[in-house]
Design a protein. Structure first.
Length: 499
């Protein structure tokens, strides 16, 4: 059986706990790997390694950092198929989807390669007689990143490249459900010339997480995951005086107006709801259909959903793979089996789906629920699976009010041909990321990703300018120098005397 250990100080480390967790192939249900689970002592070792490396990395030149990052970017590009294969084997997503994940992570590595311009300060001269004021940004120290199972390569790459480009060192705690990609990312960083201890990977469960949140040498914590855990991460780490950016869950809505291109809207709803088996925080899980558009839109979504091919992620013909674990599969299925009793019309029920020859895999088919009420479990909860809810409203105003009443505010979209309606929507909707005829409005790397309300805890979004600001702290320097002509007698600087 394959074994995944910690990566600390530039090498593989078994750790001291003696505890190991199972890693399952979602397509077969078989345990294929065991991953080390950190003890409190292992947390101390990883943080100590990062702290020791910070002594020199934190004062290294920008050119030295970016030289490593450019080499790292080339290595990631050369190994993208290998990284994607690890993601497919442990997460279950199809290979093309895994490749897309790696590509999105590479965007942030490329942003980090250009960190020299992002870290430029400001200068005001002569604010008073012979007084200048400058603002600079400096690194903060050891940073921890706690990342989810659904994007085991992309989300870590949303964090550590920017953090280390800014001069920090990093301890990554990836999901124990699919840990292998994180280790390969760290190994490639070492191959690129990143000094030992700058990037460490600590595997584990609650022991590792709580150890990082309370550790006195960890200055900041980045997190992506569910809202309850994000709230806990934020409350706990800030109580210990740390900076925190904790991105939580979502219930992303797509508003479809009567003038929309319904074929385009249906295509978008299917790809956004069922892509990556719905296991992404930017998935569209609620379509809000306005007035007469609903019946035709539901029919078009159903027609497309029934054609999706579900199978193992390493099968080139598969368009959607299994869910990450059996327990998660069963939880997702429960929302569908209980939907009719809560007033929904079950248009598609995927709970009985299986794949021949892979009957023990974590399979579920595509499910479509129509006429869903806002007080039903399928609407209120983040399902995190291939279940799409359709809600019906009579007007644009009713639709926006419904969306804004949600406690989540991660991403949202509107489908319309009317520019005025789209402009009004982007100003009125209460969400951090808005798409206009774009179902999954994930910002490009040089903008920032993050939601509102219960989808974000902390003041900074992730990557982009917000990411740079999170991983640095500002310092303002006020300087006053006497004029050389006023130098004391006996000191000759070559300037004419004023008197």
């Amino acid at each position: 059986m394959k074994t995944v250990t910690h990566w600390i100080g530039g090498k593989s480390v078994d750790g001291t706990s003696g505890n190991w967790g199972p890693v399952t192939d979602p397509a077969t249900g078989a345990v294929t790997t065991q991953v080390a689970l950190a003890s409190a002592a292992d947390v101390d070792t990883a943080v100590a390694s990062a702290k020791a490396a910070y002594a020199t990395w934190g004062t290294s030149s920008l050119s030295a950092r970016t030289t490593v990052l450019f080499r790292y970017r080339a290595l990631l590009d050369a190994h993208r198929d290998e990284i994607a294969a690890l993601i497919t084997a442990e997460h279950g997503k199809v290979h093309s989807d895994a490749l897309g994940e790696v590509a999105r992570g590479l965007e942030i590595v490329e942003l980090a390669c250009g960190i020299t311009t992002q870290l430029k300060g400001e200068l005001s001269t002569q604010v008073s007689s012979r007084v200048d004021v400058s603002s600079i940004r400096q690194s903060i120290g050891v940073v921890a990143g706690i990342t989810p199972f659904n994007f085991p390569a992309m989300v870590p790459m949303w964090m550590f490249p920017l953090a280390i480009a800014c001069g920090n060192t990093f301890v990554l705690k990836p999901s124990e459900k699919d840990p292998s990609a994180a280790n390969l990312l760290a190994e490639l960083a070492t191959e690129a010339g990143l000094p030992d201890g700058v990037l460490n990977v600590l595997h584990g469960d609650k022991v590792a997480v709580e150890g990082l949140l309370s550790h006195p040498d960890v200055a900041a914590v980045s997190f992506v995951g569910s809202t309850p855990i994000a709230r806990h991460i934020h409350a706990t780490a800030t109580a210990y005086g740390k900076r925190v950016q904790a991105l939580g869950g979502a219930k992303n809505h797509m508003l479809v107006l009567p003038d929309a291109d319904l074929d385009a809207a249906a295509d978008a709803a299917v790809s956004a709801a069922y892509g990556s088996a719905g296991e992404r925080c930017m998935a569209i899980s609620a379509v809000v259909a306005v007035a007469s558009v609903a019946d035709e839109l539901v029919a078009k979504i159903r027609e497309r959903a029934e054609k999706i091919t579900i199978g193992p992620g390493n099968d080139p013909s598969s368009e959607m793979g299994p869910l990450i674990t059996r327990a998660h599969r069963d939880k997702v299925a429960s929302y569908v089996t209980g939907a009719a009793a809560q007033g929904a019309e079950v248009v598609l029920d995927g709970t009985g789906f299986t794949v021949e020859g892979h009957e023990d895999g974590h399979w579920i088919g595509l499910s479509l629920l129509d006429r869903v009420s806002t007080d039903s479990d399928a609407y209120k909860d983040e399902i995190f699976g291939p279940v799409l809810c359709v809600l019906r409203v009579e007007t644009y105003e009713e639709g926006v009010a419904l969306m804004n009443a949600s406690p989540f505010g991660n991403g949202t979209a509107i489908f319309t041909r009317d520019g005025g309606a789209a402009r009004r929507f982007q100003l009125e909707v209460e969400a951090g990321m808005v798409g206009v005829n774009v179902p999954i409005p994930v910002p490009v790397g040089y903008h920032s990703f993050g939601g509102w309300k219960d989808s974000l805890f902390g003041d900074h979004h992730i990557y982009g300018n917000d990411g740079v600001h999170f991983y640095t702290r500002g310092k303002v320097v006020t300087t006053r120098w006497p004029d050389p002509a006023d130098a004391p007698a006996g000191v000759d600087l070559g300037f004419p005397r004023n008197h």
